[in-house]
Design a protein around this ligand. Sequence first.
Ligand code: ATP
Length: 302
Amino acid sequence: MATAPITDNSPKSLLKLVEDKNDKSEKKLTILESHGYTLGKTIGAGSYATVKIAKSDRHDCQVAVKIVSKFQAPGDYLKKFLPREIEVVKGLKHPNLIRFLQAIETTHRVYIIMEYAQCGSLLDIIRRDTFIDELRSRRWFRQLLEAIDYCHGRGVVHSYAYASPEILKGVPYLPQLSDVWSMGVVLYAMVYGRLPFDDTNYSQLLKQVQNKVVFPKEPNVSQACRSLISRILVPQRIRMNIDNIRNDTWLAESLVTVETSTTDIPMDTSTIRNVKKITNERNKETKNTTDIGAQIIDKRQT
Ligand SMILES: Nc1ncnc2c1ncn2[C@@H]1O[C@H](COP(=O)(O)OP(=O)(O)OP(=O)(O)O)[C@@H](O)[C@H]1O
């Protein structure tokens, strides 16, 4: 009895094709995909994490995904500091702070989903522009001030990597005033594009922070701005507080010029984030005990 040859069009091979198709559509989704996130390119890397951009179906926008590998990050960071940071940032909702959206933990990784800052970190912007002109510095410093004030109001102190003299000396200190010191360091870093103190050597740093702050000749920074910095970078008993700063002449100066300027601020939704890191790597332990990872996003005032 003659038998029909098996051709490519035979039911069997068609069936095989269908099976292949099914295999593809049933491909296992990654954990992020199953939560509605499609990962894109890498946009940055920190000490323990890689940060990638992603498209979120749920939020219908781009988000940043911080991916912490459990095999690379130290135990203390994973068990103590990271969970604490997540707990704290969950409760913070302010227009000048990067919004925390979700944390997902798997056996291998922790994913932190957050608002995406289009222009990267403040460090990225300083690196790109060498220093930040006073108009932008003033606007961003105001936003920093309001964000920090908001955090303080919620009992959250954000001690940046820029430790105040009282923290370096290990004497009793007022956390809010230490944050003010750190803000002074950030303002200095913005307008000069460098740090006021050399933090590579602890004993030198300790000496420097107790001396009068020194200003370089270049770039040219206004007397009013220098005066503000030099009233912040002083011992805590004479340091300005947030309310004093809010009413400072330099900071209170009108923003009208900023809003109408055509040359200023090339970015529409320019962002500052991660103000804590304009510097060399610092003592992680000190930083992680207090750091809430404040990130500032500039939602340009209109
Ligand atoms: N929400 C975000 N939007 C845009 N870029 C981001 C965001 N979060 C992080 N990045 C980018 O990824 C980089 C690494 O961020 P990450 O938070 O991991 O580390 P870091 O805080 O800068 O450094 P470290 O962890 O070493 O202190 C940042 O410097 C920034 O360029």
